[in-house]
Design a binder for this molecule. Structure first.
Ligand code: AMP
Length: 608
């Protein structure tokens, strides 16, 4: 069965019947496209499209995809698979002009549609068109091109295109080639197309139509609903596993006071993970992961698929979250650059997964076992998330704090930064806090810290503790607890956990190096709120680099100086490879120096 039959859920015989009943000539559509490309007036574009849609019959679905410049909704991932070069070959075969000559023309005008028009104008002078293309027939043929795969498919695709163009006028050829290359550029956004559809089928509430599209971003599906006047379905449309939902987005504010003013006495703060938005659809044993732009990105993330299947056994659900790369041994979030090593990668995936495994931090649930969750308030959705699954190595819940205390919220923000996040997303916790598909609104507000600058200087910190390693680091340390020296108090104050920048020699050599300094308990000279697995008398000094210095409720360096209950810490610390054996513990970077670095950095960076 061809994809066309499958996509429209038709039996081949009904497909043939339908094909026969398709009547709108593609010429009619191409003429309207031409008219639209000559105006920039929104009302004119909408009216011309509405008139066109009103004339369409069973070919409406095909027609609206064409107006979008597509063959199917984005999440179907259907593309012609024809390169510019292959299309030029077809032009050459039709016209007898050399490929070089046509390529030259293409470089001059920059649009294969215009090239097609010129080639077909020359051709037309020599022959007459035999058949007239209908919208439905053309759509079926273009889908056949897209569907052709495997060896010899390029020849098959170009053969099909040639036969289509031989039946097309110059103007039709222009738009066929633009649709095929995904560059129709009519200037009609999805919203304009939806408005035109509402006009064509006299549906008055355009917000409802937009909402329906946000939950089911298939313009062909929406067109047919409007045409059939199935008002109840339009009003009630909601999440459906297997159909991506346009994601909810956040507004932005620079500080907590303004957030509270917008949201009320109590808010939820969640870590803002800087990674890849992942909308996960689970249907029995099948898992699909959609991107922020509703594209199917499942193939790139087999590790996430596995983790979802493990923990959501037997469930049908739609989950919303952010995937971030995490150090498999220490559990620390990698800086954003590591994301790009996973995004879009399809080859040599196994090795990359080992090196840069992803963890999805879930922050919402939109559907569960036959029930839409989107109209429930945020706190109820979050409660369902809490009760629904056990966290595993690949699926966790976004760290969250619900509070009305600005001080506590400020510390949470700093801890988010310290833990490798971009900032926080504040979430409205009142009854009205539904999930608004495709909307950027005040129910979610983001607050970020830009931290582009690396610390100008390295620091020499002393090892005071360590944490047991897991996975590949078994038998070594997962991370070290590092401290600065406070000469006023004559004590060592913790300032970061260091788990990055070690090669294998260093990693497996550290237990031996630190053995002479082992202490059964936390040494009295060490001030720490964190409980390490191993303690050391401060001796070994190591050079580290870092991204910035942030406030942190868990580290004791400068505790209480900038904010009650908060110290300062190094974010994204990394061992430079240099042991400072020339320094003893008291020569390490002092707390005073780190305070000064924090103050000068604070002058340069303000929350954005
Ligand atoms: P931005 O990309 O700066 O507009 O910020 C919004 C993005 O932050 C969302 O699209 C998500 O991909 C991401 N994000 C990370 N953590 C969260 C969270 N806890 N809640 C909502 N969005 C989040």
């Amino acid at each position: 069965m061809s994809r066309y039959c499958r996509q429209f859920m038709l039996k081949p015989e009904s497909y043939n019947k339908l094909k026969a009943s398709y009547s709108m000539l593609f010429k009619t559509a191409a003429d309207v496209f031409e008219q639209i490309s000559n105006t920039s007036k929104r009302t004119e574009i909408t009216k011309a499209l509405a008139d066109l849609f009103a004339q369409a019959d069973s070919d409406l679905k095909s027609l609206v995809y064409f107006v979008q410049g597509k063959l199917a909704p984005d999440y179907e991932g259907i593309e012609s698979g024809l390169s510019d070069k292959s299309i030029i070959k077809v032009f050459s075969s039709i016209s007898g002009r050399s490929e070089q000559d046509i390529t030259g023309l293409f470089h001059k005008v920059g649009d294969l549609g215009v090239v097609a028009e010129e080639i077909m104008t020359e051709k037309l002078q020599k022959s007459l068109l035999s058949t007239q293309l209908t919208v439905g027939d053309l759509h079926a043929k273009l889908l056949e091109i897209a569907e052709s795969s495997g060896s010899g498919s390029n020849r098959n695709k170009t053969g099909l295109l040639e036969s289509i163009l031989l039946d097309a006028s110059p103007n039709e050829s222009k738009y066929i080639c633009r649709i095929l290359t995904g560059k129709l550029r009519l200037g009609a956004s999805d919203i304009t197309i939806l408005n035109a559809l509402s006009q064509a089928f006299s549906y008055e509430d355009s917000d409802e139509v937009e909402n329906a599209y946000n939950f089911h971003p298939d313009i062909g599906f929406i067109a047919e609903l409007l045409k059939s006047k199935d008002i109840r379905k339009i009003k009630e449309i909601g999440p459906e596993p297997g159909i991506p939902i346009k994601v909810m987005l956040a507004e932005r504010l620079p500080d907590i006071a303004q957030i509270m003013e917008k949201m009320g006495d109590e808010v939820a703060f969640e870590y803002k993970y800087d990674g890849i938005r992942s909308q996960i659809h689970k249907m029995g044993e099948k898992v699909i992961i959609y991107s922020r732009g509703t594209e199917n990105q499942t193939e790139q993330f087999p590790d996430i698929v596995k983790a979802v299947k493990e923990t959501f056994r037997g469930r049908n659900c739609i989950l919303d979250g952010e995937a971030v790369p995490v150090n498999p041994e220490t559990g620390e979030i990698y800086p954003f650059q590591a994301v790009s090593q996973r995004r879009g990668r399809k080859y040599n995936l196994d090795a990359t997964i080992q090196e840069i495994p992803l963890v999805v931090f879930l922050f919402d649930i939109l559907y569960l076992d036959g029930r839409s969750m989107v109209k429930l308030p945020y706190m109820e959705r979050r409660k369902t998330l809490e009760e629904l699954f056990e966290e595993n190595q690949g699926i966790k819940r976004a760290t969250q704090l619900v509070s009305g205390d600005q001080n506590k919220l400020a510390l949470f923000f700093e801890q988010a930064i310290q833990d490798g996040c971009e900032g926080i997303v504040a979430k409205n916790v009142t009854e009205k806090s539904v999930y608004r598909a495709g909307a950027r609104g005040w129910l979610w507000i983001k607050m970020k810290r830009d931290y582009k600058s690396e610390l100008a200087d390295t620091l020499d910190l002393v090892v005071v503790g360590a944490f047991a390693g897991h996975g590949r680091r078994k038998g070594a340390y997962g991370a070290l607890l590092m401290a600065s020296y406070n000469s006023d108090m004559d004590r060592f104050e913790t300032v970061c956990k260091l788990g990055t920048g070690f090669n294998d020699d260093v990693l497996f050599g550290l237990p031996k190096m630190l053995l002479p300094f082992t202490s059964k308990e936390k040494p009295n000279s060490v001030e720490s709120k964190i409980k390490a697995d191993f303690w050391f008398n401060p001796s070994l000094v190591m050079e580290i680099s870092g991204a910035e210095i942030t406030l942190s409720p868990v580290h004791t360096c400068a505790m209480g100086l900038f904010r009650p209950d908060s110290g300062i810490a190094i974010r994204f610390p990394r061992f430079t490879g240099r042991f400072r054996q020339d320094k003893n513990a008291f020569d390490c970077t002092s707390t005073t120096e780190i305070i000064e670095m924090y103050q000068s950095q604070a002058k340069k960076t303000a929350p954005s």
